[in-house]
Design a protein around this ligand. Structure first.
Ligand SMILES: Cc1ncc(COP(=O)(O)O)c(C=O)c1O
Length: 328
């Protein structure tokens, strides 16, 4: 049963990063999940809940709006359980993810944007519309499904607590729907209210504004496109009480970090993982980390999902805006 293989991913101390940033830096390696991303967790909880509550019957179709990873997880788990899937992806979705979705048997709908249920032609609008008009389909609606938070409250948070023997002091995690940060943040703060839960979003995304109590502009919002993170609206899956701070990072800094990591470590960071590491690098002074701190970087997937987007042209690293120091 696929459920047994979801979660319990490694939390690895990265000696190189620990030395570089003068704190204990641990990486939560979510690409060890069967669908190769953290979104297996939320997908499992959403599908299991719908099946248990008889919202869909055998052979039915799960419908979701996803930049890729949630869709991949749903397609994989649905097919294992004898269901179909139909995934509404935004135009920015990587070719690797589209190919994987097809391999897992998903039907794919490409949409203009993923700007929320209230926006015509968005992935969410079209997914809901499709589900409303087709019997025996279920729209998992990750942006508003409480199982998205619950999955991370029940699994990711407890894993991090146990794997650090309660010593975790900070978690830095990308924010898309908000399910991961809210679920793991809620659990960890219940264990120790002093744990800092820091989110990462692309420049011009709206979470930072929201955290500062400012209004989200009515005008069209164009945030830096970093696959998996950032929003133009605040989804129900984001719980501000579980979050201490949101940092913003640019796409350029994120790509530069991905290339630097490849050059220095011979490994490929996922797009949003690169954003998390670029954020640590850029704001490390402001973060005022102590040597005894235990900092968990949440890496939702792996760079192998972004070969065309991030690593096709192994361009030399010419200009790095952040505090990128290759020599340690
Ligand atoms: C690569 C990647 N990073 C980060 C996230 C954000 O996670 P969440 O939606 O739980 O905020 C996602 C979500 O799909 C993702 O696919």
């Amino acid at each position: 049963m696929i459920k047994e293989f979801i979660g319990n991913t490694p939390l690895r101390k990265d000696e190189y990063l620990s030395k570089k940033y003068k704190a204990n830096i641990l990486v939560k390696e979510e690409f060890y999940n069967p669908g190769k991303s953290s979104k297996d967790r939320a997908a499992w909880f959403m599908l299991e809940d719908a099946i248990n509550k008889n919202k869909i019957v055998d052979g039915g179709t799960f419908v979701e709006a996803s930049s890729g990873n949630t869709g991949i997880s749903i397609a994989l788990i649905a097919s294992e359980l004898g269901y179909k899937s139909r995934i509404f992806v935004s135009s920015s979705c990587s070719e690797e993810k589209i190919k994987l979705l097809k391999k897992y048997g998903a039907e794919i709908e490409r949409c203009d944007n993923s700007n929320g249920l209230h926006v015509f032609n968005s992935t969410q609008y079209l997914a809901q519309n499709y589900s409303s008009n087709h019997p025996n389909t279920y729209f998992t609606n990750q942006y508003y499904n409480s199982n998205n938070i619950k999955a991370n409250y029940k699994t990711t948070g407890p894993e991090i607590w146990k794997q650090t023997a309660g010593k975790v002091t900070h978690v830095i995690v990308g924010v898309g729907t908000g399910g991961t940060i809210s679920g793991l943040g809620r659990y960890l703060k219940e264990q120790n209210p002093n744990v800092k839960i820091w989110g990462v979003e692309p420049n011009n995304s709206v979470y930072e504004l929201y955290m500062a109590g400012k209004n989200i502009p009515d005008t069209e919002i164009n945030f830096d496109s970093i696959e998996g993170i950032g929003r133009t609206f605040i989804p129900g899956a984001f719980d501000r009480k579980c979050v201490d701070k949101i940092f913003q990072i640019s796409k350029d800094d994120t790509i530069a970090m991905a290339h630097l990591f490849r050059a220095e470590r011979q490994d490929l960071l996922g797009f949003s993982s690169a954003a998390v590491l670029a954020t640590l690098d850029r704001y490390v002074e402001e973060m005022e980390l102590k040597e005894s701190d235990v900092v968990v970087l949440f890496f939702p997937d792996h760079g192998s999902r972004y070969i065309n987007k991030l690593y096709k042209d192994f361009a030399p690293i010419t200009e790095l805006k952040g505090n990128y120091n290759a020599s340690i």
